[in-house]
Design a binder for this molecule. Structure first.
Ligand SMILES: Nc1ncnc2c1ncn2[C@@H]1O[C@H](COP(=O)(O)OP(=O)(O)OP(=O)(O)O)[C@@H](O)[C@H]1O
Length: 721
């Protein structure tokens, strides 16, 4: 064996955690002792790491604080790099073995995430003096590319809120993330620059050779963002394209997680912070889905996961997630460790655990919703996080065949604040840095509790109500409490029904499910099928009216079927319909469909309305207690209920227009001219039905403010013209 063959065979050794069954390896890294407090001459150890077999351990557990061992929360991950283990070691053990696979056509992705200031940038990017994983890998990649006659190109992007920018272009143009509908993602506008040497790379990636340790890149913008480096391996000297690309290696430095309920130390807005956290959850949801071989992987939950979709999705792709932890007390680090441990785990325990939690949380949600109380804190009920992985492997097969409620594409992680009402979001906890300050609320150690504290968490926030829709809603004012339930039968659909909703159905079927009928107060049931319409052959799209007058369901169903037509109805007709809807709702005496059944408690009936003939993209019906419909509590409440329905209806119709109208029709909308109409059409060409919430308009470069203004004008036009 010659020396290069030896090097290659050494590189081919797959790290222990990467095996056929698990494509995502989750390791932790503890920032070094630099800021650690000396305690009696030795380093105070806030984090304890238990490695049963030392470096060779298959998995290790970590725990925090000085609690007695018997009461300690422990978190199991694939490995944990301690303070004395440097980036070179992580590279040698975790990343180097992936490089050979990249030249064999298997994508690799390395992601650092964690609380703020925990060393993510140092781990991924580093400096010239202390190179990070990307730089160490580039050295190796260049050597191998030379040996194998391949070329290397790099792209470097930033994801800020919902926009993607090209960091290698001084003008920082917006990059469009386009999906051709088959998992092929095109990053339109993202440059690829050839790299021939390490100094080329440093110049491009680190921005300036004079950069010192701890500095971010020279031309860095002050805001917090996620940054991704893509190393393209091309078989020719041309930029990697569909035909020339061998594979990609991604390095992602996530923006630091910070509990969104805490006042940010650097003035980061709540929206910005929530977005950052949402991306972290989205990534971990994807990791969990991949590790448990779910049919549905929720890439669409965030822009970043969509960018990484192709790289993460391949059958031979490997993903290394590095959970960066602070060496001194950091509440957010505990939470991150919890998430890391969760995303290591697969199948049954997660399914049953989630359903159990969901049962109790939904029950309490219904109770608390009906009492009109929104929890201000998260509870800490998940006591024992350590779960034997062998248990999962053994049980996995049987679970997938016997369990009627295996959760696929489930949503394990969600921003704990995403469910909070506006008023609650305004209630801010005292300012505190992420380091060293215990939180006032209960410890955020229960992922499931955090994930499912309120009905909205049964499905992604954006599918419940996007941020913009919430703002829009605020303009129309809505105070009705919404409870989301799944359509009764989606089992015949080709696609993965998704997330936690399956569990809900199973529970309802056995009579164990949450009793949504409880209580006498008004409850509103929003029936939603969140499935992407493009993946559902023959599926009708959406009803146009969420507020149904009289019990004319046939009419509504007819309304559904028209949406599947290739051609949209003329814009004027759609706008007219919207206008009519608004007027008729305003003039009607009944705001919502009343379904009465004398045998049903509180007059709530699900049978007729929750069993759609075909899954729909979104269908909203309001069902009220009979008593309430006859005797609405206050005129304000009646108005609020109606506003909610009208708002939903309007947004749905507007989105449908965006998804189907011709360019000329689009230009009739307020705020959409030639350029925006062209962008919308182009965007649609790459991804059928791409607009699923108003936020998706950001994909064509609109800001949240611009979208809001457009909607305001549209509504004003409908009402007063
Ligand atoms: N392993 C380490 N040992 C000692 N100091 C470190 C280590 N990693 C990072 N640091 C220092 O900690 C500080 C924060 O590091 P870094 O910018 O990498 O954190 P980050 O997690 O990327 O921060 P942010 O969340 O703001 O993006 C820097 O001053 C850096 O030099």
């Amino acid at each position: 064996m010659d020396s290069s063959a030896k090097v290659e065979s050494k590189l081919r050794r797959v790290p222990k955690g990467f095996n056929e069954a698990r494509k995502v390896r989750v390791v932790a890294r503890i920032k070094s002792f630099a800021d650690q407090v000396l305690d009696g001459g030795s380093m105070a150890s806030w984090i304890s790491v238990n490695k049963p077999d030392g470096d060779a351990s298959d998995s290790v557990t970590i725990s925090f604080g000085g609690q007695p061992v018997s009461r300690k929360e422990t978190y199991e991950v694939d490995y944990c790099y301690e303070q004395n283990e440097d980036t070179e070691k992580i590279f040698a053990k975790e990343v180097k073995p992936l490089i050979c696979g990249v030249f064999d056509g298997h994508h690799a992705t390395v992601i650092a995430y964690g609380a703020r200031g925990t060393g993510k940038t140092s781990t991924i990017q580093g400096t010239i003096e202390k190179p990070g994983l990307a730089s160490l890998s580039m050295n190796e990649l260049l050597l191998m590319a030379k040996e194998k006659g391949k070329s290397i190109f790099i792209s470097y992007y930033e994801v800020y809120v919902d926009h993607v920018y090209d960091l290698l272009d001084p003008k920082r143009p917006t990059v469009l993330v386009l999906d051709n509908g088959h998992g092929k993602i095109q990053l339109k506008g993202l440059s690829q620059i050839p790299v021939k040497s390490l100094s080329d790379f440093y110049e491009l990636y680190l921005g300036s050779s004079s950069r010192k340790q701890g500095q971010k890149i020279a031309n860095e913008s002050p805001h917090r963002s996620h940054r991704g480096l893509i190393v393209h391996i091309s078989s020719t000297n041309e930029a990697a394209s569909d035909t020339h690309s061998v594979a990609k290696m991604n390095f992602v430095d996530m923006a630091g997680y910070e509990d969104a309920r805490r006042k940010s130390t650097d003035g980061t807005s709540l929206v910005e912070n929530s977005k950052i956290n949402k991306f972290t959850y989205a990534l971990l949801n994807v990791a969990s889905a991949l590790n448990s071989n779910d049919n549905h992987v929720p890439y669409r939950e965030s822009k970043l996961t969509r960018i990484l979709q192709e790289s993460m999705g391949g059958t031979q792709s490997k993903i290394l997630m590095i959970s960066c932890l602070n060496s001194s007390f950091c509440q957010d680090s505990i939470y991150m460790a919890n998430l890391a441990a969760r995303s290591c785990q697969v199948t049954k325990r997660v399914a049953s655990d989630t359903i159990r939690k969901m049962k109790s949380s939904t029950n309490s949600v219904v109770h608390s919703s009906l009492r009109n109380q929104i929890p201000k804190s998260v509870s800490a009920t998940a006591k024992k996080q350590t779960i034997s992985r062998s248990y999962f492997s053994e049980k996995k097969a049987s679970v997938s065949t016997t369990s009627s409620y295996t959760i696929k594409g489930r949503k394990l992680f969600e921003d704990a604040t995403s469910h909070l009402g506006k008023r609650d979001k305004e209630i801010q906890l005292p300012s505190a840095s992420s380091d060293c300050v215990p939180l006032k609320y209960e410890e955020a150690t229960s992922v499931v509790d955090q994930a499912n504290p309120l009905p909205c968490s049964l499905k992604p926030e954006e599918e419940c109500t996007s941020a913009l829709e919430k703002e829009f809603s605020a303009a129309g004012i809505s105070s009705a409490v919404e409870t989301t339930i799944a359509p009764k039968d989606v089992s015949n659909s080709n696609h993965d029904p998704g997330r936690i909703i399956d569990g809900m159905n199973a529970l309802s079927a056995t009579g164990d499910g949450p009793n949504i009928n409880e209580g006498n107060n008004r409850s509103m049931i929003n029936i939603v099928d969140e499935l992407p319409v493009e993946s559902t052959p023959g599926v009708t799209s959406s009803t146009s009216l969420s507020v149904v007058q009289s019990s004319d369901l046939d009419k509504e169903n007819n309304g559904c079927s028209t949406i599947n037509e290739d051609k949209s109805p003329p814009l004027s007709a759609q706008l007219q319909a919207l206008s009519n809807n608004w007027r008729s709702v305003c003039s009607s005496t009944r705001a919502c469909l009343r379904v009465s059944d004398n045998n049903a408690p509180n007059g709530l009936v699900f049978t007729d309305v929750t069993e759609p003939q075909t899954p729909t993209m979104e269908r909203s019906l309001c069902v009220y207690n009979e008593q309430d419909v006859v005797n609405p509590s206050t005129p304000w409440e009646t108005f609020s209920q109606r506003s909610t329905g009208v708002k939903k209806s309007l947004v749905e119709d507007y989105l449908r227009l965006l998804n189907t109208a011709s360019k000329e029709e689009l230009k009739k909308l307020k705020g959409i001219g030639e350029k925006r109409a062209t962008s919308i059409i182009e965007f649609r060409a790459e991804s059928p039905q791409p607009f699923r919430s108003l936020d998706d308009l950001m994909e064509i470069g609109l800001s949240a403010k611009q979208i809001k203004e457009m909607m305001k004008k549209e509504v004003a036009g409908l009402l007063f013209n």
